[in-house]
Design a protein around this ligand. Structure first.
Ligand code: XUL
Ligand code: CO
Length: 443
């Protein structure tokens, strides 16, 4: 097989002083951080759709990036196979072990779903053959239930029972392929699961149907040997005006309501968090404290643009705070998928590598700084001290559920007036964080 990314070498760690753009400055796969190798702390994945599919097309113009990878025409099985070849070479050169896919990222969708399924069998055989003897494998799979016009009124939330069956058929096949490719997760992102107007919508009816589809998927998945994690990827809007999986708190409540919380966790995407008016760290924290943090889609928005720009992550404050939550979670059961795409004017193959180097280095930097935050101890000590009043007998009774309103009221009346409130020290803590982030990263 001929080389597709010619003139791009294997990307190596060269350290923060290196001026070579095709090198890692912080991601040093073998370096041990917090007792584990970086490559094990950071299970990076490539999103098939953005990296091998997205060609820079936007609402105002056609593509700028040639992603045929040597195939004659797009939308053919020859092209689907060229994407596999390109993807594997790309992952090898960057040292990335995992990939994520939608069914229709892998093959062009046919008019007849039977033919699409046949193509999926063929391409998954091809992927297995080409990844044999490598450590490259699937992180998670999903079904695209938002692009095809049949899903314009929703997939699990559709008003049309036949469309519901097509959604089920796609989920079933995508689960088959995920299991075949060794995937650790299966994702539901509800791009069309929401509404444009309440004037025509039965919200409860639609939510019950989404839950039923997820239950059927869980039962089918477990029956074919899928032992991994089912995931919901919350997003508040775009493409719909309102999406039911608005944010982590909403999605977790939904899973609990329908008894799905033992099999499902969250796949938190940074840019979806910001669209919901939250920070990435907020969504990770809410998931973590509910034991629901499963995986992340790494990217970032642009504060000048209000939509899902899927930029590669470069903000090291955000990656540090994200890695802090991930480390406190004991890692991720699934992994870190770069659901990020090159900007439209970044139209060369080399730009694809620069983008991943940026993202991988930003997360590696975040991991190194997380280790420092923990070893330094000032931030965590402050949090413990802030709640120290609850170490009192009365505080313990409140925490244990042994307190009564009468007891607490008696205490307040005895105090007559509260003590002066104690500072939250926000600026001091932000200074400490700056101090840690701006110090070096060398061993
Ligand atoms: C869309 C999005 C999807 C999901 C998978 O905003 O993030 O690509 O990650 O369907
Ligand atoms: Co995503």
């Amino acid at each position: 097989m001929s080389e597709i990314f010619q003139n791009i070498p294997e990307i190596k760690f060269e350290g923060s002083k290196s001026k070579n753009p095709l090198s890692f400055k912080y991601y040093d796969p073998e370096r041990v951080v917090l007792g584990k190798k970086m490559k094990d702390q950071l299970p990076f994945a490539m999103a098939w759709w953005h990296n091998l599919g997205a060609n820079g097309v936007d609402m105002f113009g056609r593509g700028t990036i040639d992603k045929r990878f040597g195939a004659e025409k797009e939308g053919t099985m020859e092209h689907a196979k060229a994407k596999v070849d390109a993807g594997i070479e790309f992952m090898k050169k960057l040292g990335i072990k995992y990939y994520c896919f939608h069914d229709v990222d892998l093959v062009p969708e046919a008019d007849d779903i039977n033919e699409t399924n046949r193509r999926l069998d063929e391409i998954s055989d091809y992927i297995l053959e080409k990844t044999k003897g490598t450590d490259i494998t699937c992180l998670w799979g999903t079904a695209n239930m938002f692009s095809n016009p049949r899903f314009m009124n929703g997939a699990g939330s559709t008003n049309d029972v036949d469309v519901y069956c097509f959604a089920a058929a796609q989920v079933k096949k995508a689960l088959d392929i995920t299991v075949k490719l060794g995937g650790k997760g299966y994702v539901f992102w509800g791009g069309r699961e929401g509404y444009e107007t309440l004037l025509n919508t039965k919200v409860k009816f639609e939510q019950e149907n989404i839950a039923s589809l997820m239950k059927m998927a869980r039962d089918y998945g477990r029956s074919i040997g899928f032992n991994g994690t089912f995931l919901i990827e919350p997003k508040p809007k775009e493409p719909m005006k309102h999406q039911y999986d608005f944010d982590a708190a909403t999605a977790i409540g939904f899973l609990k309501e329908y008894g799905l919380d033992k099999d499902f966790k969250m796949n938190i995407e940074a840019n979806h968090a910001t669209l919901a008016g939250h920070t990435f760290q907020h969504e990770l924290r809410i998931s973590r404290i509910n034991d629901m943090l499963g995986s992340i889609d790494a990217n970032q928005g642009d504060i000048m643009l209000g939509w899902d720009t899927d930029c590669f992550p470069s903000n090291v404050y955000d990656t540090t705070l994200a890695m802090y939550e991930i480390v406190k979670n004991g890692g991720l059961p699934v992994g870190i998928n770069f659901d990020s795409k090159n900007r439209r004017p970044s139209n060369t193959y080399e730009d694809m590598f620069h983008a991943f180097i940026l993202g991988m280095d930003s997360f590696a930097f975040g991991l190194l700084k997380t280790a420092e935050i923990i070893e330094d101890g000032r931030l965590e000590k402050n949090v413990e001290e802030r709640y120290a009043s609850f170490d009192s007998d009365l505080g313990k009774k409140i925490r244990n559920g042994e307190a009564t309103l009468q007891m607490l009221s008696d205490r307040a009346l005895e105090l007559r007036a509260p003590k002066d409130p104690v500072s939250g020290k926000q600026e001091c803590l932000e200074g400490i964080l700056n101090n840690i982030i701006l110090s070096g990263t060398e061993n």
